[in-house]
Each structure stands twice: as C-alpha cells, then as structure tokens.
Ligand binder design. Structure first.
Ligand code: S3P
Length: 447
C-alpha cells in the first residue's frame, strides 16, 4: 500500500471563468474502485486492477483489505494487484478505519460478516454520525452479531455463521443491497434482495465477472436479486470506467460558463448512474454522447458538453436513486437556468456525508440564489446565465460534493464564490484541481 500524495486544504475561491475548453479523461469510478478492492480481497487468486481511483476513500478500502489478509500492491498510477484470501479473512489486530467512506464501511461490514471474521469498524467524525442500522439490522437477521454506538460507528462485529434472508430494503440504497449480497456469499442458503426502485447494480455485475452465480430479475423499475451461498469468487481483471458523479462537476461548469466546449472521455454509461445527464438534457443542455469501450462489464461514453441556456424542470422523484450524489451540482445548474427547478424525493440527501439538502440550500442562498428547502425537496428559482450574483462562502461541513459545487457556482457568477475547506475533495476526486486548471478555471487558495 502507498498513501496519497499531498493535496490542497483550507479555504479557496473560484473566480468567474473564461470559456472552459479541453478534453479530460474521466477519473476512475469510486463505486467500482471500492468494489475492486473488496471483491479482489474475497476472491481466490490475483486480481489486476487498472484505472483505480486513488482517492482517500478508496485507499481506506484497500488498507482494510490488506488488514483482513489480502495482498494489496501498488504497481503504478491506477494499477493495483490484489492477492485474494479465497473468502478467508483474518480477524484484524486493529480497528478498520474507513475515514469518510460510507460505501467502504457498509460494504466491508457485509463482506467481513460473510467471511466469519470479527472486526472493529471506525471512521471520521462525518462517517461516525451516519446511520449504520440500515446495514447492521439485515446482517443481524442473517445471524451477524454487531454492537454499534447507538446505531453508528464505532461498531464491533463478532464473527459467526450466517444464513440467507429475504429482504426488501426500506430505503433505495446500493450500499445496503451490496452489504447483504456480500454477506450472502458466506451464508448458508438463498438470499433474496428485492428493490422496489433499482439502485446502482455494480456489485451484481462485478460478482458475475468474478464467477458468482447470481440471478437478477427486472420488473420495470424494480429488481429482485438472488444468490445462494456459500460461494467463492474467482479473481478476474478489473478495468475501472470513468465516474459519472465526479464528471458532473465539469459538465455543469461547461454548461454555465459562456463559450465553453469540453469533452469527457470514458464516462460510465449505466442507467442507474446517469440520471443527471438525462435531467440536464431535459433542461436543454447541449450534450452529445458517443459510445466508448466496455470496461468492468459497464458501457462507457464520451461526452461533448457545450455552454447552454437551461430551463427549469421538475425532476421525477423516481429518478433520485440514479443521481443521488449529483443533487448539489444540479442545484448549481438550476441556479443558472431560467424558471423553477423542483427536486422532490430527496430524503436520503439528509443522510449523506453531511445533510446535503440543507447544505445545498445554504450554498445557493450564500450566492444570492432563491431556494425553498422542504423536508425532502428543493425548489430553486433560476436566475439565468449572467444572473447569479455569487460572492458567497459555502460551508462544506467536511462534504466533498458541497465543496466542489461551492466552487463550480462561482465560475459563471458575477463575483467569485468561496468554500471554507477543500481538503475533503481528495476523498473522491483528487485530480479536481488539476482538471479544472486544464480547462482554464482559476481556483485559488484564500490566505
Ligand atoms: C454508493 C451508493 C450510494 C452513493 C454512494 C456510493 C455505492 O449510497 O450515495 O456515494 O457505491 O454503492 P446509498 O446506498 O447510501 O444511496
């Protein structure tokens, strides 16, 4: 394992930008990168990974994989070699520290429970405030014995045998579904997860690639997944596609800055992840898509994005799961649209790295954009291109996506916007500053 190199921290401002132009290779997908470490650690044999996102969150999953007994070797930028345990994790001597990563800790809780090992799970202040019962309750039904801190981290898992369950998650969550499926690999009998509204299906796709017999039945927006344990994974290469969630920042920046014309290469094209692109196109965004190669079993696309005057719309609540991480930056696009953008069905935003519903509303208000914050909705009154005052400071509450959105809003504004701290951006998009500099944006430290 190698740690990340140094990265910016502290307050920063984004100046109104000239036309943003150029071509970026989309950063590796965070969800697939976590799963590459976790599945590689569970597998029998050697998993070679290319294009891995070397962000703090993902590196923490790699460290946990190593502490559980997998060989985790950094070969070159983005290239990792994981020597798997064949499903036999060690009980680690120290707590597994997942930093800021909900995906890392929740998926690993399932994987460790399935392996029969014991472990302690910890994280940073943000992760320690997030709900864990959504995972420990169904894993408990399978027989896992968790002790949590009032439903949060730190948590302890005492290893023991599991049996399959039939479960319908009460919330749309790929993390919950994935934790159960990873535990099911080591459980006796059949586990069935029924999702009334499908969420990202990377765990299912990657498990198939690792040789697992798993059945997915689609019925409109719903999906039912069946897996009979115990099963062992067989190592296979993983070539990580580009992250649609990280790409969203450059996409929205190009739309709101006059004259912009940029290309993003190799973005994952999975309907469970592309709700933002669909939404922006409905708002009138000039985005053209051309197909790229299949990577890790996922289609990819190249996106050409040109500056566009957007129009506000109502975003269907059923679309929320396919763009759950993109609402803060959609709020930025909505600020530059004409008319009203209404976003219902957002209750899960309150359980992210911060309360992103409140944080997104505060970001808009600070920059002079009218917004109504409902219990589970946001309604933004767009001010059009050239109409956003800017000048506000976004309080990021240690949330990477609020930090990046708080900078992007300033690129098309009348006055620079600022954010209180950019350190957390390294949890998901360490190349954010280099990429925006390439496009011609000025993001500068406030001293
Ligand atoms: C993720 C699932 C989503 C998403 C997160 C990544 C995953 O979380 O917000 O950034 O990789 O499975 P939920 O399952 O809590 O919606």
């Amino acid at each position: 394992m190698t740690p990340n190199s140094s990265r910016p921290s502290g307050a920063m401002r984004a100046k109104p930008a000239p036309a943003l132009t150029g071509t970026l290779k989309a950063p590796g997908d965070k969800s697939i990168s976590h799963r590459a470490f976790i599945l590689g650690a569970l597998a029998d044999g050697v998993t070679e990974v290319t294009g891995l996102l070397e962000s703090d969150d993902v590196i923490n999953s790699g460290r946990a994989a190593s502490a559980l007994g997998a060989g985790v070797e950094h070969r070159a930028p983005g290239r990792w070699r994981i020597t798997g345990t064949g499903g036999r994790f060690h009980t680690p001597a120290d707590p597994l520290d997942f930093g800021n990563a909900g995906t890392g800790v929740r998926l690993m809780m399932g994987a460790v429970a399935g392996s029969g090992a014991s472990a302690d799970f910890i994280g940073d202040a943000s992760l320690s405030s997030r709900p864990m019962r959504r995972v420990t309750d169904p894993l408990g039904e399978m027989g896992a014995v968790f002790t949590t801190t009032d439903g949060r981290l730190p948590a302890h898992l005492e290893g023991g045998p599991l049996t399959g369950i039939h479960y319908t998650p009460p919330i749309a969550s790929a993390q919950v579904k994935s934790a159960i499926l990873l535990a099911a690999l080591g459980a006796q009998g059949t586990t069935v997860v029924h999702e009334p509204q499908i969420t990202r299906d990377h765990t299912e796709t990657m498990l198939k690639a690792f040789g697992v017999a798993i059945e997915v039945e689609r019925d409109g927006a719903a999906a039912t997944v069946r897996l009979t344990g115990p099963q062992t994974l067989t190592a296979c290469p993983v070539d990580v596609p580009g992250d649609p969630s990280s790409s969203a920042f450059a996409i929205v920046a190009a739309l709101i800055v006059p004259g912009s014309d940029l290309t993003l290469e190799g973005v994952m094209d999975n309907p469970a992840r592309t709700g933002l692109i669909e939404t922006l196109q409905e708002m009138g965004a000039d985005i053209t898509l051309t197909p790229g190669p299949v990577m890790a079993g996922e289609k990819t696309m190249h996106l050409r994005v040109r500056h566009s005057q957007l129009t506000g719309i109502t975003v269907p609540a059923e679309r929320a799961a396919s763009m759950i991480d993109e609402y803060p930056v959609l709020c930025v696009a909505a600020a530059y649209a004409t008319g009203i953008t209404h976003m219902p069905g957002l209750e899960e935003l309150r359980a992210k790295e911060s309360d992103r519903l409140a944080g997104s509303a505060a970001l808009l208000r600070a920059n002079g954009v009218p917004v109504e914050e409902g219990e589970d909705s946001l309604t933004v009154t767009g001010l059009g291109i050239g109409g956003v005052p800017g000048g506000g400071e976004t309080l990021t509450h240690h949330d990477h996506r609020l930090a990046m959105s708080g900078l992007v809003i300033g690129l098309g504004a009348n006055t620079a916007s600022s954010v209180d701290d950019v350190a957390m951006i390294a949890t998901s998009y360490p190349d954010f500053f280099a990429h925006f500099a390439t496009l011609g944006a000025t993001l500068e430290a406030i001293t």
